[in-house]
Every structure is written in C-alpha cells, then in structure tokens.
Unconditional design. Structure first.
Length: 235
C-alpha cells in the first residue's frame, strides 16, 4: 500500500534498496525535475554495482519518473503544463466518478479518522503531511478492490505527491487548503449528495492544478529575468 510502510525493511535486496533510495530522492525533489543523472553518479552514491541500479532504473522508467535517452543519459521526468494537465485530467475523470460509484462502501468512521490524522500533522514536515494526503485519496481507490485500478492509480498518486513536493519546495504549498477541502469532501459524503460530492472533489483537484501552473509560470518568469540580466551584462 502506497506510503503506508514507514519502517525500514532490512531484508530487501540491493535492487529494492536502490529503487527505494532513488524513488525517495525523486519524490522529495532532491533530484529535481529535469535534472540529468547517470549510472556513474548513482554508482558513486550507492556503491551497489551496476546491476541493482540498472534494475531500479528500469522500474522508475516504467513509472514515468525518469526518461532514458539511448547513448546520451537519463533525466528526471520534467514537469510541463501539458504533462501536469494530463495527470490532473486523469484525476478529474476518475476520482469523482469512482467516489460516486462506491460512496456506499466508504466507512464514515475511517474518513473521519483520515481527516483527523491529517489535521494532527498540520505542523509536520511536507514529506509526512503529503504522504497522509495521498493516503486520504488512495482510500477511495483501494475500496474498489480492483487490483489493476489500484496499481494504475498508485502511479498517478506517486506523481501527485512529487508535484506537491515540487510546489512546496518552490514556496507554493497547498497544505493550508488541503484540510478544509478534504473536510468539504467528507461532509458531502456524509450527506450522500452526489452533486456536492462531485463539486467538492473537482474543486480540490482543480485548486492543486491551478497552483502547479502558477509554480511553472513563476519559474518561467525567473528564468526569463535571469536571461535578461545575463544579456544586459554582456551588452
């Protein structure tokens, strides 16, 4: 289950350890979106040898977290408006419909517990807070008992988490709005009002999407400003 096992497992293989190490670096944005990486660099950091690292990279590539350029190198999957919009389009197509279809399966006590957990960690670091946020969303998917859907959506939620950390590292955190927006979703589920449920879920997803677009616009402005300054220095 995504982000639920927080204890280190000392029985993991070198490939699994390499994968977990790299995944954490990518999701925390310690390896930045668009950053170039190489097997040599990773070998120096991990000292596991080529095979475990290559196998870990294959898994990360299958999750669209890295892009491999034959004979050129690798890059952490960059964020573009097109890519972000695709992730959130999937979420808007799926989450409201899944929640509406399975709303009678959700335990209201569990929903309140999830909300309570999120509220209790509002002062925690971003890593812990956003993992709790992802668990909230995954609960709705896991209750479908559809293994293929759950597996697919875990990859969507991994990117959602990375995007949240990306926004937070650029001082565009959404966390102060997450708790009231989650509360709105829970309240709508409590009343079992389909229109309110769909509206609350879509509002929450759209708010995150708009925030991420603002991050990219801000970074583009900084880049253009830096280029203009550089150009003026050479004139």
């Amino acid at each position: 289950m995504l982000f639920k096992n927080t204890e280190p497992d000392h029985n993991l293989s070198q490939t699994e350890l390499a994968y977990n190490y790299l995944l954490n670096k990518i999701l925390s944005c310690e390896y930045l979106p668009g950053q170039e990486i190489s097997e040599k660099m990773l070998n120096e950091q991990l000292s596991f040898g080529r095979t475990p690292i290559r196998e870990a990279l294959v898994t990360l590539k299958s999750q669209n977290l890295i892009t491999v350029y034959p004979r050129k190198g690798m890059q952490i999957r960059p964020f573009t408006k097109k890519y972000i919009n695709e992730i959130y389009q999937i979420r808007k197509l799926m989450e409201p419909n899944i929640i509406l279809q399975f709303k009678d399966s959700y335990s209201k006590a569990v929903l309140l517990d999830l909300q309570s957990e999120l509220e209790s960690c509002k002062d925690a670091d971003d890593t812990f807070f956003y993992k709790k946020d992802i668990q909230f969303h995954m609960y709705f998917i896991e209750m479908t008992r559809n293994d293929s859907l759950i597996s697919f959506y875990e990859n969507i939620m991994i990117e959602t988490y990375r995007l949240a950390m990306f926004a937070a590292t650029n001082r565009y955190s959404t966390r102060e709005y997450n708790i009231p927006q989650h509360s709105k979703i829970i309240q709508a589920l409590m009343t079992e009002n389909n229109d309110q449920i769909a509206a609350a879920v879509n509002e929450h997803i759209n708010y995150s999407l708009i925030t991420l677009f603002r991050v990219l616009d801000h970074l583009e402005e900084l880049k253009n400003s830096s280029q203009e300054t550089e150009s003026s220095m050479h004139d």
